[in-house]
Design a binder for this molecule. Structure first.
Ligand code: SF4
Length: 163
């Protein structure tokens, strides 16, 4: 069983009330292997909502109180983002899930690379707040892009070995 970002399943949870449907996530759902979460909605934020980015670090820094999440209107929404991460962890623990596939670049779900807080599309190394909290609690997190890469590599390996 996997925790997956709801927007990757085609659910319109994004800040702009759109989604990013991903064919691999849909296959996981078809196989009854996915639990959908949207940390920002779980944190009490509305949809649509102003876009937000982490300023001054990444999700780990936010959890340590060293960085904040600021939306495009200049409002500090850090508490909602932390609450969403905690609720996502609660769901993962309830379902005994130890793997998550989360949306790349998001200040909540991003893993490895996130937007840099300037709302300019630039990215920095780091995790979103939910990814950071899940990882701290022993849950493996990958993005939908890494999942596709793993599937492609696996197919190439099978082709090479004639399986
Ligand atoms: Fe998608 Fe995660 Fe953003 Fe929710 S918080 S819209 S699940 S990327």
């Amino acid at each position: 069983m996997y925790i997956v970002s709801a927007c990757l399943a085609g659910v319109c949870t994004r800040y702009d009330a759109k989604s990013y449907e991903d064919k691999n996530i849909i296959k996981l759902i078809d196989s009854k292997l996915a639990i959908l979460v949207c940390p920002e909605q779980l944190g009490g934020l509305s949809t649509p909502r102003p876009p937000a980015e982490i300023v001054g670090g990444d999700g780990n820094d936010v959890l340590e109180g060293k960085a904040a999440v600021i939306n495009k209107n200049g409002e500090d929404v850090t508490k909602s983002f932390i609450k969403g991460a905690e609720e996502t962890l609660r769901i993962a623990v309830l379902y005994k899930v130890n793997k998550a596939i989360l949306k790349s670049s998001s200040p909540s779900c991003g893993c490895g690379r996130i937007y840099d807080g300037s709302f300019s599309g630039n990215k920095i190394d780091g995790d979103g707040i939910t990814s950071a909290l899940l990882k701290k609690n022993g849950i493996e997190v990958i993005t939908e892009e890494e999942l596709q890469q793993l599937i492609t590599e696996n197919c190439q390996l099978k082709d090479k070995e004639g399986i």
